[in-house]
Design a binder for this molecule. Structure first.
Ligand code: 5GP
Ligand code: MG
Length: 178
């Protein structure tokens, strides 16, 4: 079905399951060359990246480790009124080659926060893989190492991305209908 309704909003198919699959194959082919001898630790950023990460990891053909982190956000007094805190990282990442796996980079503030926090733990390198990049929305200077799609500045759901908690299970990615 090409148009769906989630709660009060309508969405049209924007990227199909097959297009997503092809993009993931391209990313994994590059990773299989770039990272094969780097013993990387992949860090999936929950919740949104769970589906991308699962499909990507299946295409990685060298030994690697995978872990999961989450950003807990609570009300505070920074510019957006929210303060983020990195939770769930048990591994010692000092000296490791890290690959952050994210669903979508929008303003870039989330990934910037994570890069700053993780850098304090002295990894040897941090690469960023994002399925989606909203280049027009970027507020900081970041060049992800692996990008699935550069997307327009509209609200997307599906394939891990949610609208108010719903839609993460959808196999395509949808954009809000005009
Ligand atoms: P940023 O900090 O780069 O502005 O935003 C990153 C986070 O915002 C993403 O990990 C995601 O959770 C959420 N986000 C940004 N754009 C979208 C979107 O179009 N749809 C959904 N569902 N979440 C988004
Ligand atoms: Mg995310």
């Amino acid at each position: 079905m090409s148009t769906i309704k989630i709660l009060d909003r309508n969405f049209n198919v924007y990227l199909t399951e097959e297009q997503i699959h092809q993009a993931i194959l391209l990313i994994s082919q590059n990773m299989n060359i770039d990272l094969a001898d780097k013993d990387p630790l992949f860090i999936c950023i929950l919740n949104g990246a769970f589906m991308f990460a699962a499909d990507l990891f299946k295409e990685i053909d060298f030994p690697c480790q995978v872990t999961f982190i989450k950003l807990a956000s609570y009300d505070g007094t920074n510019s957006s009124g929210k303060i983020n805190q990195l939770v769930g990282l048990k591994e010692n990442i000092a000296g490791r080659n890290i690959v952050l796996v994210e669903d979508i980079i929008d303003t870039g503030l989330t990934i910037k926060y994570l890069l700053d926090e993780l850098s304090l733990k002295r990894p040897s390198s941090i690469k960023v893989a994002t399925l989606l990049l909203k280049r027009e929305a970027l507020k900081i200077d970041i060049e992800p190492d692996y990008i699935g799609f550069k997307v327009s500045n509209t609200f997307l759901v599906g394939y891990g991305l949610d609208y108010d908690g719903y839609g993460r299970n959808l196999r395509h990615i949808y954009s809000e209908a005009e």
